[in-house]
Ligand binder design. Structure first.
Ligand code: DON
Length: 304
C-alpha cells in the first residue's frame, strides 16, 4: 500500500466536510489563525516523509506538549513520578476541578491540566533552568534547533488563566505542588505555548514509535517500558473524555491540543500529525479526528 496515496485520498475526502467545530477562544491569541487551515504530515521509522495541505504552518501545540514534559520527568525520575499523579482516564474535561477534592490533590493522569501542572512542578524541582532545559530536550530528540515557545501565546493564556490558577492553588493546598504556584503556572503556560508545524510534530514524536529511541542515532530517550507506558497513557487519556471514542474510531495512541493539533503513533511504524484549528465540543480538532478515523480505516494501520 502506498501511504502517500492513502493520505492524499483521505485529505481530499475530509477537507470539504461540514466542519462543525469552533476555534478555541478562551485563549484570546488562539483565534488569530486561519480557521480553515488543514495540514497533515506522516514520518515513518523507515524514513518516509509525506505532507499535504498546511503542513508547513506552525501552530500552538498546547496540550500536546504534556506528552513531552511527561517524557522528560519520567526519564529523570523513573517510577517515582506515579506517587504524584495517576494513570487513569478522568472521564472529565481537561480543565475540570471536580475529582481533585475526592482524590486529595492527586490528578487522575498527567494529560489533564491538573496532572500536567504536577509534572511541571516536578521539573521545576529537578532542573536548574527548566524552561531552557525542556527546550533543549525536545530540540535534541528531533535535531531541530528551530523549536521554540511563543511568548505571545503564553502571555495571552496567562492573562485569562483563572481556572488554571485555581487548579494549581487547589493542588498546592493538598501539598502536591512543592514550588510557588505562580512559577509552576508560568512554566506550564510556556510549555503549552510551543509552536510546531505538522512535519516538526510528527518528526519529534517518532521516538515514541521507535521504542523511546531517537531516530537519527537510536540513542535512548526513554526505556522501552517507559515508552510503552507513555503510549498506553496517550491511548487511554490523550483525548480527555473523548479518549474511548478515539480508541474506538482511530485505534492509535495519540494526543490533542486546543490549538487544533493531533499527533498519533503507530508503534514501530509511524507518527502522524494533523492540524485543523476548529474544535469539537470535547476540545479536540473536529477535522483532525475525522481525518485520522478515515486514514486508519482506509490504510488498516491501527494497533487493533
Ligand atoms: O491549560 C489550558 O487550558 C491549555 N494551555 C491547554 C489545554 C489543551 O490543549 C487541552 N486540549 N485539548
Amino acid at each position: 500500500m502506498n501511504l502517500e496515496e492513502v493520505i492524499q485520498a483521505t485529505w481530499e475526502k475530509v477537507k470539504n466536510i461540514d466542519d462543525k467545530g469552533l476555534l478555541a477562544s478562551y485563549i484570546p491569541e488562539l483565534v488569530n489563525v486561519d480557521a480553515e487551515s488543514f495540514g497533515v504530515h506522516i514520518s515513518t521509522i523507515d524514513d518516509t516523509n509525506f505532507g499535504i495541505g498546511d503542513y508547513r504552518e506552525r501552530f500552538s501545540v498546547q496540550s500536546i506538549a504534556k506528552v513531552l514534559s511527561l517524557s522528560l520527568a519520567y526519564s529523570l525520575l523513573g517510577e517515582n513520578i506515579w506517587t504524584r499523579v495517576g494513570v487513569e482516564p478522568s472521564g472529565t474535561s481537561f480543565n475540570s476541578l471536580v475529582q481533585l477534592e475526592a482524590d486529595k490533590g492527586i490528578p487522575r493522569n498527567p494529560f489533564i491540566n491538573a496532572g500536567a501542572m504536577v509534572i511541571s512542578d516536578i521539573l521545576l524541582s529537578n532542573l536548574e533552568n527548566p524552561k531552557e532545559e525542556f527546550l533543549s530536550f525536545i530540540r535534541n530528540i528531533s535535531d531541530n534547533p528551530e523549536l521554540n515557545y511563543s511568548g505571545k501565546i503564553a502571555a495571552s493564556e496567562k492573562s485569562v488563566g483563572f481556572r488554571n490558577v485555581a487548579l494549581c492553588n487547589f493542588i498546592k493546598s493538598f501539598g502536591n505542588i512543592k514550588n510557588e504556584p505562580s512559577d509552576v503556572l508560568d512554566f506550564y503556560f510556556d510549555l503549552c505555548s510551543l509552536e510546531m508545524n505538522c512535519k516538526e510534530l510528527s518528526d519529534l514524536f517518532l521516538f515514541l514509535a521507535n521504542n523511546g529511541c531517537k531516530i537519527s542515532d537510536n540513542s535512548p530517550i526513554l526505556t522501552k517500558s517507559q515508552c510503552k507506558r507513555i503510549n498506553a497513557l496517550m491511548q487511554t487519556c490523550g483525548f480527555y473524555d473523548e479518549s474511548g471514542e478515539f480508541a474506538f474510531k482511530v485505534g492509535l495512541p495519540g494526543k490533542s491540543g486546543v490549538g487544533g493539533g493531533i499527533v498519533a503513533i503507530h508503534p514501530n511504524h509511524y507518527a502522524i500529525a494533523v492540524w485543523s484549528p476548529k474544535l469539537n465540543e470535547k476540545g479536540n480538532s473536529y477535522k483532525g479526528m475525522k481525518f485520522l478515523e478515515e486514514f486508519t480505516t482506509k490504510s488498516q494501520l491501527s494497533i487493533f
